[in-house]
Write a protein that binds this ligand. Structure first.
Ligand SMILES: CC(C)(COP(=O)(O)OP(=O)(O)OC[C@H]1O[C@@H](n2cnc3c(N)ncnc32)[C@H](O)[C@@H]1OP(=O)(O)O)[C@@H](O)C(=O)NCCC(=O)NCCS
Length: 282
């Protein structure tokens, strides 16, 4: 058996990692705000390379930990290698660093099927599906009467956005200020909701060739259930209607009852594009 040597990722391996990702079909790349290539170029996060006789056979890295949680950001395996052995070697080495950084949970959104075959042996457990909902057309229900003032987000809102985001979402769904900056940069619409000048919610949507995608909708817990999420959603949709865009998709956890009720009221229905969500507790 050819031994597998695992080393930390170094910038001088960048081109080899790029080549591996380009040529292999066994690539897992987390859906986030940066292209993998851009992420590789800038990151200083826990990441490992696996080598056999000097040839790069695998790479694995996680997103920047936030609240002791991170995503399996990248995993790629050379097709002519013992996939399971390479993945295990990478993971076992990576976990040492994750523990030393006090990471407790690593999450995985399985965008490609192949990785699901291997993660149970690494100790990941399936939690639930992340479902996609879609709607079309200009019909909207009445929003509940509310005092929410909605305006476009400004660059100086970033810290407040992060506060609202982190109060509304649990890890691993929270975004760091850096991720939020990136998200706002590529968004087509980002609006914030204010009650008495205090930011209590926001929505962020991106634009695709065939419509808009609501990437984030958040309202702080103390004022949830008062129609503010609905108001932000309706306003966000109307902003797209004015640009002639009537289709919108979004993702949510299948167990997120409150968000699902809200989205169904606003005409969203599942379109069958579901992604399994897995976690491991270290
Ligand atoms: C999901 C979330 C954004 C909803 O925001 P919200 O302000 O609580 O939502 P709303 O108040 O507009 O809607 C919820 C309630 O208001 C009422 N309501 C809202 N709009 C209404 C309307 N047009 N007509 C009648 N009732 C309405 C309903 O009673 C509803 O109650 P229900 O949950 O029992 O169905 C918020 O709960 C949140 O931030 N959650 C955490 C983050 C998250 O999960 N985000 C979504 C996943 S991406």
């Amino acid at each position: 058996m050819i031994p597998i040597v695992v080393t930390p990722y170094e910038r001088r391996y960048l081109q080899r990692v790029r080549d591996l990702i380009f040529h292999s079909e066994l690539v897992h790349s987390h859906l986030d705000w940066q292209e993998t290539d851009q992420w590789l170029d800038t990151q200083s996060v826990p990441m490992r390379c696996a080598w056999q006789r000097g040839r790069l056979v695998g790479v694995m890295g996680v997103s920047s930990p936030l609240n002791r949680t991170c995503w399996l950001r990248l995993a790629a395996i050379h097709h002519q290698s013992d996939h399971s052995r390479v993945l295990r070697a990478l993971w076992e080495d990576l976990v040492i660093e994750l523990r030393s950084r006090y990471v407790q949970t690593v999450a995985l959104l399985a965008v490609r099927d192949w990785i699901v075959r291997y993660v149970p042996v690494l100790g990941f457990r399936y939690v639930e599906d992340i479902i996609t909902l879609a709607r079309n057309g200009a019909e909207l229900p009445e929003t509940l009467p509310n005092r929410l003032v909605i305006r476009a987000a400004q660059p100086e809102d970033l810290d407040e956005l992060a506060r609202v985001d982190n109060a509304a979402f649990e890890p691993p769904w929270q975004l760091s200020p850096d991720e939020l900056r990136q998200a706002v940069r590529i968004s087509a619409s980002c609006t914030v909701g204010l009650l008495d000048d205090m930011m209590v919610g926001y929505q962020l949507s991106t634009l695709y060739f065939d419509g808009a995608h609501l990437a984030r909708l958040a309202v702080i817990p103390s004022v949830q259930g008062l129609g503010l999420g609905g108001a932000l959603l309706a306003d966000g949709l109307q902003r797209f209607f004015r640009r002639g865009i009537y289709g919108m998709t979004l993702n949510t956890q299948s167990s997120n009852r409150r968000s699902r009720r809200l989205y169904e009221r606003y005409g969203f229905a599942p379109n069958g594009y579901d992604l399994p969500y897995w976690v491991i507790t270290l």
